[in-house]
Design a protein around this ligand. Structure first.
Ligand SMILES: C[S@@+](CC[C@H](N)C(=O)[O-])C[C@H]1O[C@@H](n2cnc3c(N)ncnc32)[C@H](O)[C@@H]1O
Length: 288
């Protein structure tokens, strides 16, 4: 709930501290700005210009929920949870300190909820620019506060307030991550790697992940974040039926480039089930 993370939130306009008003039906800043909490429990924290993006639409979020709820990406969620635990341990975060984990582009909250279940006393900030995602985030875990905000803008978070930022297949903002991380805090990034979903690329006409993606990400973070150790591959195989394949493509950027009818036709031409590679890299970053 937003009340669990209010000590972390800041006014997106001027960065002043936010607090709850009217029994958390509104958040108000020290400078007097007021942000209504939606009845579904999320709050939109956008600066003066409003939000420039809408993020994933409802059909993409529904497809994500369908796919993830079947556990096909369980090894990814497990890898993220293990690394976040390592980060907190390496930073010497005391177990009774209610650490704050913030996921950027958190989608349905699948990863954030699992990570919180794995870290005693942890609280979560789920940030996504998509309103359908925020509705899921608000109910994904009792200790998650859901915030609609743009990852490319100033994050509505206080300086040095977050123990770990997680980013799973979502946008990164190294300058802002460096600002909001506590000393010793880290950003944990899971990014798709070349070979991810390889068996589906040709039959479905979807593009592969470009090689060198992680190296470019590290270059782009220069001056703000530096990698901790080597990026680690996470690779496994999934047995996917046609419904799961349709959901996987429906939740990905490819959904924006292939019409639903065309996708259905291509999926129907696949075998009833396929063994498909999942491959990503997990990279830890600390402040430069
Ligand atoms: C590929 S999905 C990943 C969702 C989630 N991390 C997961 O793996 O299940 C990318 C997410 O980033 C969100 N997103 C895209 N652009 C964004 C932005 N500028 N700011 C915040 N979120 C954004 C989308 O709405 C979507 O929920």
């Amino acid at each position: 709930m937003l009340s669990d993370i209010i000590d972390v939130l800041a006014d997106p306009v001027d960065g002043t501290d936010l607090s709850g008003a009217d029994d958390f039906r509104r958040l108000v800043s020290e400078s007097g700005h007021s942000y209504d909490v939606a009845r579904q429990g999320y709050v939109t924290l956008a600066g003066g210009a409003g939000l420039r993006y809408t993020g994933d639409d409802m059909s993409m979020i529904d497809a994500r929920e369908t796919f993830l709820s079947r556990g096909h990406f369980a090894p990814f969620v497990e890898a993220v949870s293990v690394v976040v635990n390592d980060v907190l341990e390496d930073a010497g975060v005391p177990e009774d300190s209610s650490p704050v984990i913030c996921e950027i582009g958190a989608g349905t909250g699948y990863y954030l909820a699992h990570t919180l279940d794995d870290v005693a006393g942890a609280r979560g900030v789920g940030i996504d620019v998509s309103v359908p995602a925020a509705k899921h985030l608000a109910k994904c875990h009792p200790k998650v506060g859901a915030v609609v905000a743009d990852a490319w803008a100033r994050l509505p978070l206080r300086d040095a307030s977050v123990d770990a930022v997680t980013v799973i297949f979502a946008p990164r903002n190294p300058a802002e991550f460096a600002r909001v991380l506590k000393d010793g805090g880290e950003a944990v990034v899971l990014s798709a790697d070349a070979g991810h979903l390889a068996e589906l690329r040709e039959p479905l006409g979807i593009i592969d992940v470009e090689p060198g993606k992680v190296e470019r990400m590290i270059e782009q973070a220069e001056g703000y974040l530096v990698p901790v150790g080597q990026p680690q591959p996470v690779e496994f195989r999934m047995n996917l039926d046609q419904a799961a394949i349709a959901a996987q493509i429906g939740m990905s950027p490819s959904a924006r480039h292939i019409s639903a009818a065309e996708l259905a036709e291509r999926v129907a031409a696949l075998p009833a089930t396929m063994s498909v590679t999942a491959r990503a890299m997990i990279t830890r970053f600390r402040k430069a």
